[in-house]
Design a protein. Structure first.
Length: 194
């Protein structure tokens, strides 16, 4: 995929998680930087967010963080990034992350990660963007989500092509090859419609 320059990573801010998720975040940050891809993420220094950012920076990568003021006030922002944008709201944060990214990777995370994942998948379904979305099912973490998405389709609440909106992979080393298999985006994001 020739247009791939910056990749948005959605992931958890908790540090009290299985070490395999931390290892995956570190491996992904390193892999992005080694391939010359910039990282766009939520701007935090804690949990998987901090790990993926630190790994990308350590490998010489560019890292853009976008954090809302109310989260920055909790003193969780990462101060060593290439760029840190402090914004007025979660809505502004998510819009900027979409604008700055050519693809999206979803690592394990909590409610915030689910919110971002469902929003970016829904926006693709609504044709607000056509950028690749990769869900990294590390250690089967996202299996319940896979089951739910199948249930949506089976019960008629998910369109027949719902599984064309995203790609599941089970290992970090499968993420970048999966991104390259996705068709190149054909449309720009219309931020006025977000």
């Amino acid at each position: 995929m020739t247009a791939l320059r910056n990749v948005c990573v959605y992931c958890g801010s908790s540090g009290s998680v299985d070490p395999s998720y931390k290892e995956a975040a570190h491996a992904l940050g390193t892999a992005l930087a080694e391939r010359g891809l910039g990282l766009v993420y939520g701007g935090g220094r804690v949990g998987l967010m901090g790990i993926v950012a630190d790994a990308a920076l350590a490998a010489g990568g560019e890292v853009v963080g976008i954090i809302p003021e109310h989260i920055q006030k909790l003193e969780v922002e990462h101060t060593g990034l290439t760029e840190l944008h402090v914004v007025d709201s979660m809505h502004t944060r998510k819009r900027m992350m979409v604008e700055r990214s050519d693809a999206f990777i979803i690592l394990p995370g909590g409610l915030g990660t689910l919110d971002e994942a469902f929003e970016i998948i829904t926006w693709r379904q609504l044709k607000l963007h056509d950028k690749p979305i990769i869900i990294a099912d590390i250690g089967g973490y996202w299996q319940p989500l896979r089951d739910l998405l199948t249930h949506l389709k089976d019960t008629g609440f998910g369109r027949g092509d719902i599984d064309q909106l995203y790609t599941f992979v089970e290992r970090v080393e499968d993420i970048l090859p999966a991104l390259r298999r996705e068709p190149e985006p054909q449309q720009a994001v219309d931020t006025a419609r977000l």
